[in-house]
Ligand binder design. Structure first.
Ligand SMILES: NC(=O)c1ccc[n+]([C@@H]2O[C@H](COP(=O)([O-])OP(=O)(O)OC[C@H]3O[C@@H](n4cnc5c(N)ncnc54)[C@H](OP(=O)(O)O)[C@@H]3O)[C@@H](O)[C@H]2O)c1
Length: 311
């Protein structure tokens, strides 16, 4: 199964060609999930935003000796979502058995510095697009009396950091929508689960750093924060864990007979949630500010930037 393969459990082998629609499958977790599921015998519809990316995705799948189908999808575009879901419905006789809402974009910058257009684009992709995709596949799932929706969220949906306000708000919104969907669709046989990951290495850090570089050139009160954050993001690929545990968590949410409601992935995420519950707000705020670039005693700077950065 190649680099993105991994073990295929006996249970997976028993799953008979269930179809799964994975959004944002050109890199990172989406790519890993698409390849892992395809290798395990699922009928995978992996989405890419344009044909060259779809072609590359098919080539990677071929290299890993797995078969999957690609679908063009921009989750921020309602027509594209409708077209993609209609295509999958036609190929699967009514729609996918499961949807993995994985597509996501980063947005780093202080609330004061981010323009409406950038914020709207983030919310369109990370929140509205995910809800729209769920809305489009749910009728087919209800008709069959079963289905799964897995939403790929983040620790950022539970813990907010300065310079990350809008990204965190988007993931918090996705978490809330996930919980509502779980209660609304559950009686129809549709299981809904959220995967909340700590930071892992993917293309998203580079995309976030590029966004920050654009902000650094402007007049801002947060220039120091952006410089520290951009440097940390650029070198984070060598420090962060791989996406593999997140891929495994998404797959577990799909294959488990009784999936959990929430999969918190990674030691950083678990420790972060515990610390968030125990540490007083004033102390947390100070450490998070220092982690994101505010000056402090060198020891505090070391500790904050080692353990409190969101990546
Ligand atoms: N990396 C982390 O530390 C981390 C931690 C927690 C949660 N997450 C979440 O995990 C998910 C996957 O991220 P990743 O880390 O694997 O990042 P990634 O490698 O950048 O993958 C993001 C995927 O989303 C796609 N995408 C972006 N905008 C889209 C749109 N408008 N329509 C459809 N697809 C779109 C990208 O396609 P293109 O190639 O066309 O851009 C790419 O395939 C995201 O929801 C992210 O927020 C990431």
């Amino acid at each position: 199964m190649g680099a993105h393969g991994g073990r295929v459990s006996l249970l997976w082998r028993c799953v008979v060609r269930r179809s799964v629609l994975v959004t944002g499958a050109t890199s990172g977790v989406g790519l890993g999930v698409a390849l892992r599921l395809a290798g395990a015998g699922f009928d995978v519809f992996a989405t890419a935003r344009d044909e060259p990316k779809a072609e590359k995705l098919r080539a990677v799948a071929a290299e890993c000796a797995v078969g999957l189908r690609t679908v063009l999808l921009d989750v921020a575009d309602a027509d594209s979502c409708r077209r993609a879901c209609a295509e999958v419905a036609e190929a699967t006789d009514g729609g996918p058995w499961a949807l993995v809402n994985n597509a996501g974009v980063p947005l780093v910058g202080a609330v004061e510095d981010l323009e409406d257009a950038a914020v709207r684009q983030l919310l369109e992709v990370n929140v509205v697009g995910a809800a729209r995709m769920a809305r489009l596949v749910l009728p087919g799932m209800r008709e069959r009396g079963e289905g799964r929706i897995v939403n790929v969220s983040s620790l950022a949906g539970r813990i907010t950091a300065p310079g990350m306000g809008w990204y965190c708000a988007g993931k918090a919104a996705l978490g809330a929508l996930n919980d509502a969907l779980r209660m609304e669709a559950g009686p129809g046989g549709v299981r809904v689960a959220v995967v909340e990951a700590g930071a892992y290495a993917s293309a998203i850090q580079g995309r976030a750093a590029d966004g920050l570089a654009a902000l650094t050139g402007r007049q801002t009160l947060f220039g120091d924060m952006y410089r520290v954050a951009e440097a940390a993001l650029r070198e984070s690929g060598t420090r962060l864990p791989s996406a593999e545990p997140v891929v495994s968590a998404v797959c577990r949410a799909l294959v488990a007979r009784r999936p959990r409601h929430r999969y918190v992935v990674g030691r950083q995420a678990k420790a972060g949630l515990l610390a968030d519950a125990l540490v007083p707000v004033r102390v947390k705020d100070h450490f998070k500010r220092v982690a994101m670039g505010a000056p402090a005693h060198p020891l505090v700077e070391y500790a904050a930037r080692r353990w409190c950065t969101p990546w």
